[in-house]
Structures are given as C-alpha cells and as structure tokens.
Design a protein around this ligand. Sequence first.
Ligand SMILES: [Mn+2]
Length: 383
Amino acid sequence: MPMRIAVGQGARATDEYLDFAAQIGASGIQFNTPDLPGEKRWELEDLVALRERVESRGLRLEAIENIPNHFYGDCMLAGPGRDEEIDNVAATIRNIGSAGIGLLGFNWMPNSVWRTGLLPEGRGGAVVSAFDLSLVEERSREGKLLVARRDRRVEDKKDSWSAGAMYELGVERTDGEMWASFEYFMRALVPVAQDAGVVLALHPDDPPVPSLGGVARIFRSVDALKRAVELSPGPGFSIELCLGTVSEMGGEEAVLEAIRYLGPRGKIAYVHLRDVKGTVPAFAECFLGEGNYRPAIVIRELRAAGFDGFILDDHTPALVGDSPYGHRGRAFALGYIQGLIEMMDLDDAPAPRHAYPDPGAGDETRLAERYPDPEPGAPPPKA
Ligand SMILES: [Mn+2]
C-alpha cells in the first residue's frame, strides 16, 4: 500500500473517533491499548468485533499498539509469573492474527513514558509536554512527575498523563537484565507471531535515558534498535518507529540514521511522526516544522528507504480550545503530513501534470520585455 496516514492512540472505537478519522481523510485507524475485556489476555471475538466496527465505516484497522502493561510486566522484569504471561501473550497474538489484524506494537518500558511538565510553553502558548532529567532526580518533585498510564487509560487527561503517579515498581533492573528478559520474550514469541501472521513492532524507550525509577531503559539509541533487529531478523519482528523518541535521542541525524538502517531491511512497521526541541537529557514537544528535524526531509527519506506503511501523529501540542484527545493539534499534524505526502507523490510522478514552456535561451528576450529591470530610482511598478 502507498505511504498514508492513520488516526491513532485512541482506546475505544467510539463514533467520535471513527468520524474524526473519516473526516480527516485517513484510510485507517490504530488503537493504543484498546479497551477490551480480559485481565490476562484478549479473546478472538472481541478483536474481530473491533476490526468489524472499524471496517463498517470504510476504514482499515492498521494496528493495535500495546497490550496492557500488566499482561507482560513479569516478562519485562523477569518476575515469577513470566512463563504464564508468555502463554497468555502467545494466545493474544494468535487471536490478533486470527482476527485479521496484522500488527501489534509493544514497548519494553515496565514503568512507562515519563514527562516532567505539561505546560503552556509551546509556540504561541500551546500546551506541550516536556522532560528534564535533572528534575526527575530531585526527589522533592516526585509528586509533579507525569506518567502515561497505558495500563489504565485515563480518558479525561491529555495523552493519559497522570500526575503524582511516580511509577515505583519497587525493583531495580540493569541494562544486562533488561536485555536478557527481552531476548527471552523474543525467543518465545516472535515464532508465535510469525505463525499467526502478526508483526510484533517495538517502540523505543521514551524518554531515551539510561534508567528511570531504578529500571534501565535499553532502547534509548539507534544502535539498540539495530541490535533488536539483529536478534530477530525474520518477518515476525519490526520496529514501531517513533521519530519523536528518536529525535529526543539525537535530532535529525539520529532520525535519518534510523530510517536509513531500518527502511531497506523492511524493519519500519509504522511511524510516529512528531518532534521535539532539544535532546536528552532535556527536551520539549513541539509542532511539526519547528523541532529538531525537517519533516519534509524525513518523509522523503522514508520514501527513499522503501517505507510504504502508515504514519500517525502520536501526540501533539494542544491547540487553543483543544479536546482531551487533542483533535485540533492532531488535525494540524495529520493535515501537515498529508500535504507532504501529496507533494512527494507529485514529485515522484513520471511526468509533470502540466507542461511549462522551456525557459531556455530563446525566451530570455521575451522575459526581459515582460519584466524589465527598473530604472535606477524609479518607483516600484504597479501590478
Ligand atoms: Mn511514540
């Protein structure tokens, strides 16, 4: 399929969510931690109902991103319930495949996504989320930390940020321990995904810092994403390329490096196209076009690297009067991305849509007559 946008990060297939996608002109929908029954796994009938609901509006269910954290918390932390969780995750993956859904995004962040501020400090006073590692390290500010609670969605808060919810797991994990648990998980479940016709797609760690709350965050560099791909080169595993997070790692250079490595290997499952100003240890989210990278260059690089999947906005600054879901900010971002894709498609077209006269040597005289050089000191010509 051609490069395209999707509306995403919602948890429920409400009329509002599906109408928004149709009105924006998206062909597809993604869900983040969809609100499905089940405390340990998801069942086939619920997944089929979700896909059919999306398709009843003429939309495609592109991907599910994230199972609830408590479905695989012991997998990430190598806890005692790990093997039982793996059996349940395997059943969930098989059900996702049987339901005709081809992509399951996931992450390796047992204590989720953190921010240190959600403040009106973006362009024109737009509310943006920001992160500053030095603030995390001040224990007196614990109550002010914001954590995206993907396991228990908080519908009335933008991007599910919960304040005062420092995600203390009461355990510490090193880089080596997190890599070992990741490899164990991959060995067990990538073959299951492959058999089920599902791609497991890994989101990098956001924020990409060495550790938070005592737990190492291993997917904090482009090299770490390369290592993950080397571990699982087959079709059951890919990267959910959050360019916002990669930009937090190292700006445009890191973003282009990730695309150039992953794209030709077919390892970009889909893209989160958002950006930040600054890189770790401190950054703030921003509108597309004012961050670390130039979105037009990135979209072109994605095309050149062979990416033909869908792109979503991930999260966006809140525009004036925005809704908790961020409809206004998202509409701006998705329109921006659609425009870039359209321009690129036009540039790629084999022949120009209109033939212009060749402004070659023979036209010079005519052009000079039409647009004579002004006399020195003469008033500007009237239109
Ligand atoms: Mn993301």
